[in-house]
Every structure is written in structure tokens, then in C-alpha cells.
Ligand binder design. Sequence first.
Ligand SMILES: C[S@@+](CC[C@H](N)C(=O)[O-])C[C@H]1O[C@@H](n2cnc3c(N)ncnc32)[C@H](O)[C@@H]1O
Length: 312
Amino acid sequence: MNFEHISVLLEETIENLNIKENGIYVDGTLGGGGHSLEIVKKLGKNGKLIGIDQDEQALKAAKLRLKDYQDKTVFVKNNFVHIDKVLEDLHIEKVDGVILDIGVSSHQLDEGERGFSYMKDAPLDMRMDQDQELSAFTVVNEYPKEFLTEIFYKYGEEKWSKRIAEKIAEERQDQKIATTLDLVEVLDHAIPKKVQRQIQGHFAKRVFQAIRIEVNQELRVLEEVIPKVVERLKPGGRLCIITFHSLEDRIVKNSFKELNKDCICPPEIPVCVCDHRRKVKIITRKPIEAMETEKENNARSRSAKLRVCEKV
Ligand SMILES: C[S@@+](CC[C@H](N)C(=O)[O-])C[C@H]1O[C@@H](n2cnc3c(N)ncnc32)[C@H](O)[C@@H]1O
């Protein structure tokens, strides 16, 4: 298996993780192990890297890439949202740093049969975790059309979401929409040709993205994991998150802001009753973006944003 994925904002992330020789680090989105490899290179005899991914193929690829560092690495197949369970199983209470490089890998997109791509025909799947039940097939064929409209609009910022959802509901009455190219055909009929010509990139891109986010519950798990990670960081420990979508970046930005606040009582309450104490300091007031050279060499990096916070 050839695992093609160029790590994004690699130097910037490693620099911001402030790696300590004997620290314990978690890569919650191992992928091809690109970021992890740079982390383990900096670890000393007692340093550890815990690499988590929900995709079996990613774990396989990362294990191979990190094979020279077996004494310093532990690999876990799980969703990063279960970080508490992962650390408990390993009898680890606190860690020195966590990285999350959110979203799909290029490998997942390129492997036609995973059903992520609107360019390659395959069963509608899009599950990062192949053991998960919910797939793109269920979303497309069983979700009520109102729900589909909302998903396409919210997660794909698709202006034609209502019309697309209606067309899907109509088509699936006769026959299930079984493959990626079946869905592309439905979209082709739903989105007027003139609009298709004006869209930057492929006309199916936004709907495919929206379905993928829904199938993998990408926004929900991101929102849930941030406070969990912060609880698990040692003072001075850092959390680095790379996102590729404005909705994800907003979640990271707002979560960091919330965790940075001392009191979260409503303004009309004169005396603090919430006992909320600041848990992090924000290292990146503005997100770090890729340099021009990286953007030229890796199209994925163009929308990447890195935000970093530090446990106080
Ligand atoms: C962008 S890639 C990471 C690439 C990696 N940083 C590298 O440099 O090779 C994202 C990876 O995270 C995994 N992933 C995404 N969401 C996840 C989640 N909630 N839990 C566990 N793994 C997740 C995907 O399966 C994919 O392999």
C-alpha cells in the first residue's frame, strides 16, 4: 500500500509543540505519521508518542513509517474523542502535548473505493472508521430531505441545498443512490448548468464535503475533544490543532477563547458564581497559515489554519 500524504504546516506545528526530550505526546490524527515522525525524532530515551487514528489503513502506514522508533511509540485504533479511555488504558494521566490535524488524508481521498471522491466510482461510503455503522449510503438514502438540506447548507455552504435534497429524495424513491457517480449524476441534474460553470472546482465538491462531515461527525468530535485534551495536559503542555474548514476553525477559536476565560457568568450577575477558572493561554492570537512556498507545493495547505494553546 502506498500512503500518499504531504503533512501540512509541519515545521510550524513541531516548533509550537515545544517538544521535551522525555515528554509524552499524543498525535490524535496519525494519518501517514508525518507529524509523528518529526515528534519521535526529538524524543529521548524516556519520551513517548501515542498515535491514534480511527482508520486501520492509516495505522498500518504509520507503523511502517515509524518502525525505527518502536520503543517510543504506541499505536491505538480509536476516535480521538475517546482520548480519556485511550490514556486510561495506557495508565497515563497527563501528557506534555497533543496534535490534531483534522479531516481526511490525501490517501483516503485518493483511494477510490473508500467512496470519498466524486472523481472515482465506488459505493457511497466515506467512513474513516471502517467499523462504524453510519455510511454515506445511509445519509443519502435514508435521511429526511429537510435534514439533508440543512447538512448541505451548514457543512457544505451549498446554496442549492434545498433543490439538491429534493432531487435526491425524488431519485431514491425509484432506486437507491448506490455509488459516488450515481450521486454526482443526481447533483448534475439538480444544479443548473450555468451555476455549475460558475462554481470554482467540481460542482459536487461541497455536497461531498458535507456528507463526509456528517458521516464522520467531524464537527461534533472536534468540539467535544478540546476540553478533554486540555484536562489531560500538564501545565505548560500544548495543544496544536490544524483545520481546513472555516466551521472547524471557528470551533477551535471559540473553544480556546472559552477555556481562556476566568469567569463565564452572564454579565448581569454582579458577583461570580461560576467558579470557572482560566485553563489555557492562547499562543496564536491569529491562526498560523502556510507560507507561499508550501501553498505552491501542496494545494491542501492553502486553507490550513494552525491554532495553539497552552495549559496554565
Ligand atoms: C489529515 S490526516 C493526518 C495526517 C498526518 N498528520 C500526517 O502528517 O501524516 C487525518 C487523519 O486523521 C484521522 N482522523 C480524522 N478524524 C479522526 C478522529 N475523530 N479520530 C481518530 N482519527 C481521526 C483520519 O483517519 C486521517 O488518517
